[in-house]
Design a protein around this ligand. Structure first.
Ligand SMILES: [Zn+2]
Length: 110
């Protein structure tokens, strides 16, 4: 198996005491290697879908967008729900700051 990771950043606000962050987001796909490539993942198809979700979150007050408390766990779960039709989606990682992140597996959200 191999993992393909697509990385994005958003600059958004969250929290009861509203404050901003750059949130690094990593979207992970896992599949078998086929001809030395990560399986059936079509980047031309997946990148626009990811950008659509990222656009909904970037430069916003995230709590309003995801309609719940915008913890990194909840942000990751929201992204998984938005992308759940994507085969081979494995997990979403959301960093808060540079030194910590949470990884939520797709199977946890389903
Ligand atoms: Zn924060």
């Amino acid at each position: 198996m191999a993992r393909l990771c697509i990385i994005r950043e958003i600059n958004s606000a969250h929290g009861k005491h509203i404050h901003g962050h750059t949130f690094r987001i990593e979207i992970n796909f896992v599949d078998k290697l086929v001809n030395n490539m990560v399986g059936n993942i079509d980047l031309h198809e997946i990148n626009p879908k990811i950008d659509e979700v990222i656009k909904k979150l970037d430069k916003t007050y995230i709590d309003d967008v995801i309609q719940t408390k915008a913890t990194v766990e909840n942000i990751a779960s929201y992204i998984i729900k938005e992308l759940k039709d994507q085969q081979n989606l494995y997990s979403v990682i959301v960093y808060e700051g540079k030194n910590q992140y949470v990884e939520v597996l797709k199977e946890e959200v389903e």
